[in-house]
Write a protein that binds this ligand. Structure first.
Ligand code: NAP
Length: 307
């Protein structure tokens, strides 16, 4: 695949940005890639491992002249970062983001962007529990979905070009509106993460089961929860605070179902449990058939991290 953007700026140099960089380099999708992260430690690591063609010490220097600017920072700071870069953006440039929530990010970012800049929010549905500049790898987005959420009035050509980039990064691409995105993700990602955090917290509180037993016998389901519950605390705090309504809606339904299962167990209602588990098994099969996970119980995560 040939070059899609002459100049790309990555703002924030963690898991997603570093994976995008290695994946862009794999296929030669960008001419020059500049990068900026808040701390000098992260910028030093990026320089040491060759993450970005040019690591800049100022955020405005990183975005100057860029055709595509990708905001790869936690959801809670997207607006502040957009305000910082607004004056340095090239007319005709596209700004996108990779945030896990879309409605709130659009509300934060859009008001800061100049008229001559295209805004095409995005969200790659790919990740690991690792974070930081060393955690990325080129294959992260392979065969995963990336959702684009163009705002009203967006130039379709800007969206189409970004779609081509994500396809080049290895993803399938779909478009949907922000409200729907946030509900879908509350079901498929945000509520499950909260449940995993809770389950690991419960095990931690349970004094009668020792820590060593929890660790030693964790393969029976708990291990996958611990992997999810090891995800970045800043990122997930911001996700819940900014996707509040959809997450609370799904958690309300979850609680009702949990009570129903609790009652079935208490009343010895095996038919209810069996019917429920038969239905959920079919969903698992559907995910495997759609190529979105393997049979191994590792949530499809893995891959080589960059040393
Ligand atoms: P990460 O590995 O923790 O990296 C975050 C980066 O943002 C770091 O380089 C950090 O800089 C930088 N940063 C934080 N605040 C900043 C600020 N105010 N100005 C400039 N840079 C700042 O995070 P990530 O996992 O790549 O996540 C980035 C975004 O992708 C988030 O919005 C998240 O919701 C989304 N996302 C994550 C996943 C996932 O599974 N991880 C999946 C899909 C989407 P320092 O290192 O200097 O602190």
């Amino acid at each position: 695949m040939s070059q899609i953007y002459d100049r790309v700026a990555l703002i924030g140099l963690g898991l997603i940005a570093s994976s995008m960089f290695w994946a862009m380099k794999r296929k030669g999708l960008a001419g020059e890639v500049t990068g900026f992260a808040r701390s000098s430690d992260t910028r030093d690591i990026a320089r040491e491992i060759g993450l970005c063609d040019r690591v800049c010490d100022s955020i405005t220097e990183a975005v100057e002249g860029a055709d595509l600017v990708v905001l790869c920072v936690p959801v809670g700071v997207m607006g502040a970062v957009a305000a910082e870069i607004a004056g340095a953006l090239k007319p005709g440039a596209t700004v996108t983001d990779v945030g896990s929530v879309k409605g709130d990010v659009i509300a934060q970012v859009a008001p800061h962007l100049p008229d001559k800049v295209h805004f095409v929010p995005g969200h790659p549905l790919a990740g690991t529990e690792h974070s930081g500049p060393r955690s990325g790898f080129a294959e992260l987005f392979d065969n995963r979905w990336c959702l684009l959420v163009p705002v009203a009035g967006t130039d379709p050509q800007a969206t189409a070009r970004l779609r081509t980039l994500w396809e080049g990064l290895g993803s399938y691409v779909d478009e949907m509106d922000a409200e729907h995105h946030d509900l879908v993700l509350a079901v498929t990602s945000h509520a499950p993460h909260l449940i995993a955090y809770t389950m690991v917290g419960v095990a931690d509180d349970l004094g009668r089961v020792t820590d060593s037993e929890v660790i030693q016998y964790s393969a029976a389901g708990f291990r996958d929860f611990t992997r999810i519950a090891a995800s970045d605390p800043t990122m997930w705090r911001d996700v819940f605070l900014s996707n509040k309504d959809a997450t609370l809606e799904i958690l309300g339904r979850f609680t009702e179902e949990l009570f129903a299962l609790q009652r079935a167990i208490r009343q010895g209602d095996g038919d209810h449990l069996h019917a429920y588990f038969t239905r959920t098994r079919a969903i698992r099969r559907g995910i495997i058939e759609a190529g979105q996970d393997t049979d191994a119980p590792n949530f499809g995560r893995g891959g080589e991290r960059h040393k």
